[in-house]
Design a protein around this ligand. Structure first.
Ligand SMILES: CC(C)(O)CC(=O)SCCNC(=O)CCNC(=O)[C@H](O)C(C)(C)COP(=O)(O)OP(=O)(O)OC[C@H]1O[C@@H](n2cnc3c(N)ncnc32)[C@H](O)[C@@H]1OP(=O)(O)O
Length: 258
């Protein structure tokens, strides 16, 4: 499919999606969000793709929702269209792993979209923030909810109430990003991580993603039960037989997603 505001490039088993509205620092307008969701869904449905990398430009992963587009909206407009609910629901429903590769600004909706991914690899230049308070609103796509689960109440309050930006180093210390890499190596590192994931069984990747995500939704006893049930169910797959046989035979596993 041809897209206007994103580029999609699938190499081997990894789909690289690049946000591409440089004139507005990848501000997330309705066209871009629609295209992003469609591209993610297409990659999720593809037999070829085993992992997805989402990135922006060197200067901005995304500088937030498009303020120009939002500025004229009324309460009735945003309430009746349920603004941003669709984006959150569609990205959260992607079953294959998504890595956010963040360089430069990841602000407002940009930070929120990065947090919807499964983990974030940040360039040293990355800056994260929820500056919606400066616009007379609060975050609307997870900035008060997901950020709090990542970094805890104190830092989340700080970010949401002052609107200040967090450096990549601070974000790593706080648990928002999994690793920080030199800016020039961002895509290389993210693709290497994605290729590592792509070597595994897709069945297992999806199961691991679902189980980790349950940790945010369920009490520990329920989460443990979910994990155990899924773990047990994996013994019904050929990939479990192959993975364990390959270990014992001291060879690389050849997973077939069965
Ligand atoms: C999803 C929700 C519900 O949570 C809500 C949100 O996301 S609200 C948006 C939150 N984001 C922000 O408030 C950040 C806004 N941008 C900035 O503060 C600055 O642009 C910057 C600090 C990221 C970068 O500053 P600078 O290097 O000086 O570049 P600019 O000249 O400001 O920007 C270049 C160009 O991009 C346009 N731009 C930037 N951000 C947005 C945006 N979020 N929406 C629309 N347009 C944006 C900016 O207007 C400039 O365009 P021109 O004026 O030159 O046409």
């Amino acid at each position: 499919m041809a897209y206007e505001t994103i580029n999609v490039d699938t190499q081997d088993h990894v789909c690289l999606i690049k946000l591409n509205r440089p004139e507005a620092l990848n501000a997330l307008n309705s066209v871009l969000l629609g295209e992003l969701c469609a591209a993610l869904e297409e990659a999720d449905a593809s037999d070829k793709v085993r992992c997805i990398v989402l990135t922006g430009s060197e200067k901005a992963f995304a500088a937030g929702a498009d303020i120009k587009e939002m500025s004229e909206m009324s309460y009735v407009d945003v309430f009746t269209s349920n603004l941003f609910a669709d984006t959150n629901d569609r990205i959260s429903a992607i079953r294959k792993p998504i890595i956010a590769a963040v360089s430069g600004y990841a602000l407002g909706g940009g930070c929120e979209v990065a947090m919807m991914c499964d983990f974030i690899i940040a360039a040293e230049t990355a800056k994260f923030g929820q500056p919606e308070i400066n616009l007379g609103v609060i975050a609307g796509m997870g900035g008060t909810q997901r950020l709090t689960r990542f970094v805890g109440k104190s830092k989340s309050m700080d970010m949401n109430l002052t609107g200040r930006f967090m450096t990549a180093e601070e974000a790593e210390r706080a648990g928002l990003v999994s690793r920080v890499v030199p800016a020039k190596k961002l895509i290389e590192e993210a693709m290497a991580a994605a290729n590592k994931i792509a070597e595994k069984s897709v069945l297992t990747s999806i199961a691991a993603k679902e189980a980790v995500n349950r940790a945010y939704e369920l009490p520990l006893s329920e989460g443990m039960l979910f994990e155990r049930r899924v773990f047990h169910s994996m013994f019904a797959t050929e990939d479990q037989k192959e993975g364990m046989a390959a270990f014992l035979e001291k060879r690389e596993a050849q997973f077939r997603d069965k």
